[in-house]
Every structure is written in C-alpha cells, then in structure tokens.
Design a binder for this molecule. Structure first.
Ligand code: FAD
Length: 701
C-alpha cells in the first residue's frame, strides 16, 4: 500500500517510539531542558513575579473564572455543563433540541435519583439560569438537592424559560472563547486592540461528510483571503496568519486512509497554502489526535517540497509536547527545513486531547499510551522540545503557546536576549499573565499572538469542550491560578525537580490499556494507525488470501455429504475454500455425544470452565491473522471491523470466565417462592441449536 520512500520512512519510523517506555523517556527529557539548576531557580523567581503581578492586576473575575470557581469540573455541576454542550450542540435541529430538554426536564422521576445520569441536565439547567443572570447566586438548596430544587423551579418558570436559558448559557460560554462569528468580524475586533497579532482559526473540525469538508475548505479560503488583504508590510512572522484543522478538510482524514487523504485532502490543503503564499501570511497546521500525527507530517512534507510554494517562509505546524514522539518530530522538522531551505513556524503546545488519548488507548487495547501520564512530564517535555526548537533559529521560528507562568518564564530564560520567537495565547485566556510579562519586559517585549477562533455556535462544540476541560482540570495552571489558596511559590514549582521526586514516573492511577478490567486482561488491540504495524499486517493478510479453508462437521458420518464452495460476499468469483454441511445423521451424533458429556461438563466446576474459556481466548489471539483474514474474506468485514470482531470475541470469553469463577464461589440468590432460598445453579441446561449471526460470526458464537 505504501511506497517506502525516504519521506515515508522519515515519518513512519517515528511510530517506533509512539508507546515508548515513559520512565526512560522522561528521565532523558529532564536532562535535555537546556536549563541547569541555577537557571531553573531564576525561572522559578520569574514565574513568581508573573503570578503576583497578574493576581494583583486581575480585574473583576471573568465569567469563566467565576464559573470554575463555583463549580469546577470535579463536581457534577461543572461536568453537567459539558454534557449539556455535547448533547445540545450535536442535535441537528432546534425542535429536536427543544424536545430533548423538554423530555428530560419534565420527566419528573429523575428528581429522586441524585447521581443518576439524568441529573446532568437538571444541574446544567441550573447553570443556565445562573449564567443568564436570572439567578445570581445558586440557591444552597439547589446544590444539596437539585432534583427537588428543579421541580420547584420548573413549576415556577415553565419549560420554555428554562430551555431558552440553557441555550443562552451556551451562547455566553461560546462568546468567551470566540473572537467573531465571521472572519471580517474577527479581523475588526483584532484591530480594535484585542490582540495585535492573530492566528485565525475557522471553527469546525472533524468533517462528517464531503459536503462539510467542502464548506470548511471554502471558509478557510475566505479567511486566508480576508487576512491576506489586511496584511501590512512586516515579515511573515509579524503579520496575522491562519491556522487550519486538517480533520475539517476530509471526512476520512485517518492514517488508514492515506491514499485517499493524499488524493482528496491534499489538493485542498495545497490550494489554501498557495493562497496563503500569494499573500505571504502564516499558515499553520493545528495538531490533533496522536493517531493523526504521522499523516499530518507527511502532508506537511509534501507542502514543503512543492515547487509552487518554494521560497515562502509561512508554512507551519503545531507540535504537542505531551506526545512521546514530540522531540523526535522536531529534530526531523529541522532536518526537513534544511533540505527544503525553509524556516518553519512551529507552535509548541502541550496538547489539548489528553483525556481522549488516554481513553482511546484504553478502549483500543494498545500496548501503552502515546502521551505522558503525569502533568509534570508534559511540562518537562515542553521545556526539552523548546530547547531543540530554539537551537535551530535558521530552520524554526518558535511559537510557544501556553498560559502557564512557569513555562513562560522557562522559555524566556532559555531563549535569552536576541532570539526571535513569540508567545501565543488563546482568545479569552491568559490576558493577565501576558500583561504582567509585558510589564516585566519593558521596552523589549516578546510578541504575543492571539489564537482567534472564528465561527458560529453550531461549530463551537469540540473547541468549547477542550477549553472547558483545560480550564476545569484541577491540574491545569489557569485553574490553579484562580485558586487563591495556592501561593505564587506553589504555582511556580519546578517541574524537573517535581518529576525527579516522583516514583514511579508513570502515573499508577492510570491503568495501562491491558489492565482496565478488574480480574481479566483486555483483548489486545492492533494499532492500525501505526504504519509499522499496519504495513506488515497487510502483507501477511495478502499472503493469506490464497489459502483454501475447509469447513466440515465435527462429528463425521461414514458417508460424507456434498462439498460446496465458499465464496467471498463481495466477489462471488473468489473462492475461499469449501464447506460440507452436516447431514441429519451427523446432527444426531452430535446431540447424543452432547447429552453424554453433559455430566462431565457439569462436574468441571467454575475454575476449570473459566480456564477453558480463557484458553479459547488465547487461541483466538494466537491465530489473529487467520481470523482477520476470514472475517474479511468470508464475512466481508473491513480490517477495522475485523479487529473489533476478534477483540469482542476474546473479551466475551474472558468476561464469562470471570463470571464462571464468581458464580461458583459466590452463589447468586434468585427470586423464588416466599421463604425459599433459591440459588442460580451453573449446570448444563440441555442441548441447544445455535445459529450464529452472519454479521458477528465469531464474537456472538
Ligand atoms: P498547563 O496547565 O501548564 O498544562 C495543561 C496541559 O498539561 C494539558 O493541556 C495537557 O496537555 C497536559 N496534561 C494535563 N494532565 C496531564 C497528565 N496527567 N499527564 C500528562 N500531561 C498532562 N492544543 C493542541 O492539541 N493542538 C493545537 O493545535 C493547539 N493550539 C493551541 C494554540 C494556542 C495559542 C494555545 C495557547 C494552546 C493551543 N493548544 C493546542 C492547547 C494546548 O495544547 C494546551 O492544552 C493548553 O495551552 C494548556 O497548556 P498550558 O501550558 O497553558 O497549561
């Protein structure tokens, strides 16, 4: 599938460190920050100053701060708002959204069930009213017994008011983070002094359809055009730019769809890049999920080698320091810059998808996480990555995107005087910190660029959820800075020293993907996003295509029945093997045998049965290639679905193994006639005929 060109190798083999051992990786990074203990002490002092000044100058608390102070994400109310955002903004039309809210609010029974999932809407609506100003302080009753509170509130105000308030609350949250609804509004607001320098981002990502992708593409083109038209006469680094999310440009922007991405997404990206070049403005590829890292780098490399884009120094991308591959990515970018005579604009970020990466890896059953599991490790990685970026000023213009005072002070310290770089902050965040930096810097100010999202509420969801997570996590700097019980000294703690004191380096509170289920091993996943896994697997599956399978009954009669071909459902001319259906005589043999062996089976007990089920699961995993091949050829599954099928089968077997053990050791009472103690007995129930469904031939069987 993939031609192993030099370019492909450059990026593909990055995946050999995707799941690198965390301890070893962070120990190395801690030695590579470019700051010795003395320098880090100066950083600590500088960070304290930044925090103190920022705290002293903080104007009245913003809406977001007040919200976080009141609720945070560690309680139900805070989480509720996220859930509400998720549910509401996903609903495509207003009448359905109204019905959703009406149904949940007027349900009635939910009120008694505090802690049950329905409560999120109840609580979120409380917030809705609070934020719109209808209720300035949340009634203490509301916090103690939201169900009861809500019943009264609904009766008093009526559903339509509540519905409107909830939507309004979402709107207010959105306005906090969005610079304008259109690019012209965004540019106008930027001019008014919201931020001298901007990187505009058109909200919208994860296109679901080709029409979505086309719409987003047009919006990016319009944005580039509008930003280009207001360009001044400064070098590209000192002018507005545009940031693009590649997932907005194609519904199948996935590593496994590399050929389609190159054929269909790349031309759009190239068109945008050419337009950006024509105005000589910055054009930055935002960083998204870890599985998309390599493919994004391949796209970047193609752009970097385009003859039509030669000489333009506006091409850039964001690199996430929380990824174990980050430092290697930067080294290779420098190499690519040398080869193509470019100076990339590299925005270093910590990474906004941490929760997702952890959960996705756990669900996918992969070997480890592509990201670090301790916050300080990411902080240290950021410093080490910054050191490499700042060491290659001819090839990299470094942009350091953070709202963390220690990180800001560390970059200042490492860069020293005379190095060209910039800081970046998100619209609606970090104002006070950067104002205090400007005060400390006097006349020698580092440029600070504003990342400025532009768009309507409809496209806000994903961005808003990330900002809420970021602001609400109690480990996040902005959240901690709002917590006045923490001193400036505590906020300015040195992550290198903190990490050195931590053992183990990997966070033990976050179980590895294989360990997420109590009592059983998670089924092993296959990381199809990794070309080092995918390409050899595809080769092995290709070799298995010619294999001829023979299916026949387990109990064989003397006179065999007719042999028929098995063909692929997607190509009836493709023969996979032969099958011989069981004759009536063979079915009788099977039933007799089953009846015979049932007492033996019953006598096995829970442990032995569990072992048999586990052995079967292990056998499935040992024969993964053959089963994947059969799932594809006989059941017509895609590779992704075939992997899910085998994993589900393995999980079922292991799940029931645990259940067999449990049920034999703790008898489960069943409801029975009054006064009688009836227990579930694990015993064979007789002989069953089973037809396994065609769509899950292995897992359900
Ligand atoms: P801090 O509070 O110091 O750091 C928070 C970060 O630490 C989290 O976001 C996470 O990355 C990391 N973290 C938290 N807990 C853990 C843990 N247990 N283990 C390991 N790491 C942990 N993000 C993107 O992904 N792609 C982008 O293109 C992007 N563009 C951005 C542009 C700008 C201008 C800015 C300011 C941010 C951008 N971000 C982007 C968001 C960024 O990645 C961070 O999420 C955010 O800036 C918080 O970092 P901080 O230094 O301000 O805060």
């Amino acid at each position: 599938m993939n031609v192993q060109t030099r370019e492909a190798l450059r990026w593909d083999d990055l995946d050999s460190v995707k799941f690198a051992d965390e301890s070893a990786a962070v120990k190395r990074l801690a030695d590579e920050t470019g700051l010795d203990a003395g320098a880090r002490k100066r950083v600590h002092d500088g960070a304290i100053e930044l925090v103190k000044t920022a705290r002293a100058t903080t104007r009245s608390r913003g809406l977001m701060d007040s919200f976080l102070q009141e609720f945070g994400l560690s309680n139900k109310e805070g989480l509720a708002l996220m859930c509400l955002a998720e549910a509401l903004l996903r609903v495509p039309d207003a009448p359905t959204a109204d019905r959703l809210i009406a149904e949940k609010i007027s349900g009635g029974a939910w009120a008694e069930h505090m802690g049950r999932s329905e409560n999120w809407l109840v609580n979120a609506s409380t917030l809705g009213l609070m934020l719109t100003g209808s209720i300035i302080d949340v009634d203490p009753d509301a916090r103690q017994n939201p169900g009861d509170y809500w019943r009264k509130m609904t009766a008093r105000l009526g559903e339509p008011v509540i519905r409107a308030a909830v939507f309004r609350a979402m709107g207010i949250m959105g306005e906090q983070f969005v610079l304008g609804r259109s690019i012209s509004e965004g540019i106008k607001r930027a001019k008014k002094g919201e931020g001298a320098l901007c990187s505009f981002d058109m909200l919208g990502e994860g296109a679901r359809t080709a029409a979505d992708a086309e719409r987003y593409h047009k919006r990016y083109l319009e944005a580039i055009d509008a930003v280009g038209k207001v360009r001044g006469d400064k070098p590209v680094e000192l002018e507005h730019g545009v940031s693009v999310k590649l997932s907005a440009l194609h519904p199948k922007y996935l590593a496994v769809k590399e050929e389609r991405v190159m054929a269909e997404l790349y031309p759009k990206l190239l068109e945008q890049a050419k337009l950006a070049k024509s105005y000589d403005i910055g054009f930055c590829l935002d960083a998204e999920e870890a599985d998309r890292l390599v493919i994004s780098l391949k796209l970047l490399e193609r752009l970097a080698r385009e003859p039509d884009l030669a000489g333009w120094q506006g091409l850039g991308l964001a690199v996430q320091a929380y990824q174990k591959r980050a430092r290697f990515v930067i080294e290779r970018l420098i190499e690519l810059g040398r080869e193509t005579e470019r100076r990339f604009l590299v925005r270093l970020v910590k990474g906004a998808y941490w929760d997702t990466e952890i959960k996705v890896s756990q669900v996918a059953g992969v070997d480890d996480f592509p990201v670090f599991t301790r916050k300080v490790s990411t902080d240290v990685s950021f410093m080490a990555c910054a050191d490499v970026l700042l060491s290659a000023p001819k090839r990299i213009y470094g942009a350091f995107a953070t709202h963390n005072a220690y990180t800001i002070a560390a970059i200042k310290q490492r860069a020293g005087a005379g190095t060209e770089f910039e800081f970046q902050r998100l619209h609606g965040m970090g104002e006070e910190l950067y104002a205090s930096l400007a005060k400390a810097e006097g006349n020698d100010k580092t440029p600070v660029r504003l990342y400025a999202p532009v768009g309507g509420h409809k496209d806000l969801l994903a961005y808003l959820v990330r900002r809420l997570l970021e602001n609400g996590a109690n480990s996040s700097f902005v959240n901690r800075m709002a917590d006045t019980s923490l001193t400036a000294e505590e906020l300015a703690a040195d992550p290198v020293a903190e990490l050195a004191a931590m053992e183990p380096k990997r966070n033990p509170a976050i179980p590895l993907p294989k360990d997420i289920f109590p009592g059983r091993v998670n089924s092993a996943g296959i990381d199809l996003a990794d070309p080092l896994v995918r390409e050899p697997l595809l080769k092995r599956l290709h070799n298995l295509r010619d294999r001829q399978w023979e299916a026949s009954p387990t109990f064989k009669a003397e006179i065999p029945g007719e042999i028929a071909p098995i063909t692929a459902p997607f190509d009836h001319g493709m023969r996979i093997g032969t099958r011989r259906d069981a004759s009536a005589e063979e079915v009788d043999m099977a039933i007799t045998r089953a009846v015979d062996i049932q007492p033996e089976w019953n006598a096995l007990g829970g442990e032995k049965r569990a072992q048999l089920l586990e052995a079967a699961a292990d056998q499935f995993e040992a024969h993964t290639d053959e089963i994947l091949s059969l799932c594809q050829l006989e059941a017509g599954k895609t590779l992704v679905d075939a992997v899910l099928e085998i994993r589900e089968a393995v999980d079922f077997l292991r799940y029931y193994a645990v259940e067999a053990r449990r049920l034999f050791t703790e008898p489960t009472p069943l409801p029975g006639p009054t006064g009688e103690q009836n227990y579930l007995k694990l015993a064979g129930r007789g002989v069953f005929a089973t037809i396994s469904p065609w769509n899950f031939p292995l897992a359900i069987f």
